[in-house]
Design a protein around this ligand. Structure first.
Ligand SMILES: Nc1ncnc2c1ncn2[C@@H]1O[C@H](COP(=O)(O)OP(=O)(O)OP(=O)(O)O)[C@@H](O)[C@H]1O
Length: 264
């Protein structure tokens, strides 16, 4: 275990139980060690960015937290409960929500229906797709509220016809309809035009207002450094540093391993 990872366990948990706690978490495929002994705590309401070069293991780490892949060793704690051996859906029921690098929307359904279906699922009613849903329907009202939160109008537009930036907003609205306490965002700026980046950044910042804890994997470093409370840097499957954005920018090990080109 590196010094950076050893000191990060619990040291930044903040008051109360951490939203996420990873203890010596590893994932191996065949002989390849993809995630190596990661220790990290994310406090309630905190936003933590995960950065690192292509292939560093960021998405693999998210897959271990959300249960897509089982850990080879180590522990995943979600809001004080050991979920290491739990299924994806069980972790989701405990309040873990996630977006993916590739879109998980229904492109042939309207913007409103995409969010409304997620709200219906949480409310426990029968799932039904309505071309013209009643505005006083509970799931519809929730969906409209979440669309307002992510600043997305256009409720009748087909999801598939939206710009990348609006699709990302819609994915976040779908996530909010599940009322997650802990949110994992995997490259929310991927494919988004530079024009739409500031608006989407503010939407992600607004997730804070819901009280959710957020982990965000993002290649867009300016976005991450301007958005998060702390940054975790992955390199070859290991966490090589966990610090404030300012601390990360000054960190020699990070600069030589990863940030050299933007720090010079
Ligand atoms: N199911 C798998 N089987 C074998 N190797 C895998 C598997 N999933 C990921 N890998 C490998 O693990 C390494 C880390 O991949 P991962 O996608 O987690 O990196 P990343 O940091 O998210 O990269 P990127 O920034 O490019 O998305 C890569 O070398 C990848 O090829």
């Amino acid at each position: 275990m590196t010094e950076a990872t050893a000191t990060s366990v619990g040291a930044h948990a903040g008051p109360g139980t951490p939203a996420i706690q990873l203890v010596d978490l590893s994932w191996q495929v065949g002989g390849a060690k993809i995630v190596r002994g990661v220790n990290l705590s994310v406090a309630e309401g905190e936003i933590v960015g995960v950065i690192g070069p292509n292939g560093a293991g960021k998405t693999s780490l998210f897959n271990l937290i959300s249960g897509i892949n089982p850990a080879t060793s180590g522990v995943v704690m979600l809001r004080g409960t050991d979920v290491t051996n739990e299924t994806i859906s069980r972790r989701a029921r405990r309040g873990l929500g996630r977006t993916f690098q590739t879109s998980s929307l229904f492109p042939q359904l309207s913007v409103l229906e995409n969010v409304r279906l997620a709200a219906q699922q949480r409310l426990g009613g029968n799932l039904s797709v309505l071309r013209f849903p009643r505005r006083d329907d509970e799931a519809t009202q929730e969906a409209l509220r979440h669309l307002a939160t992510v600043r997305l109008g256009k409720p009748r537009r087909l999801a598939g016809s939206l710009s990348h930036g609006d699709k990302r907003k819609l994915e976040i609205a779908v996530l909010l309809a599940q009322e997650p306490a802990v949110i994992l965002l995997d490259e929310p700026m991927a494919g988004v035009s530079s024009h739409d980046v500031p608006d989407l950044t503010e939407v992600i910042r607004g997730l804070h207002a819901t009280g959710a804890s957020v982990m965000i994997v993002e290649h867009h470093l300016e976005v991450v450094l301007g958005l998060v409370d702390r940054v975790a840097v992955m390199h070859h499957g290991e966490l090589i540093a966990v610090d404030t954005p300012e601390g990360i920018m000054k960190n020699q090990a990070v600069q030589s391993a990863y940030l050299g080109d933007i720090a010079s």
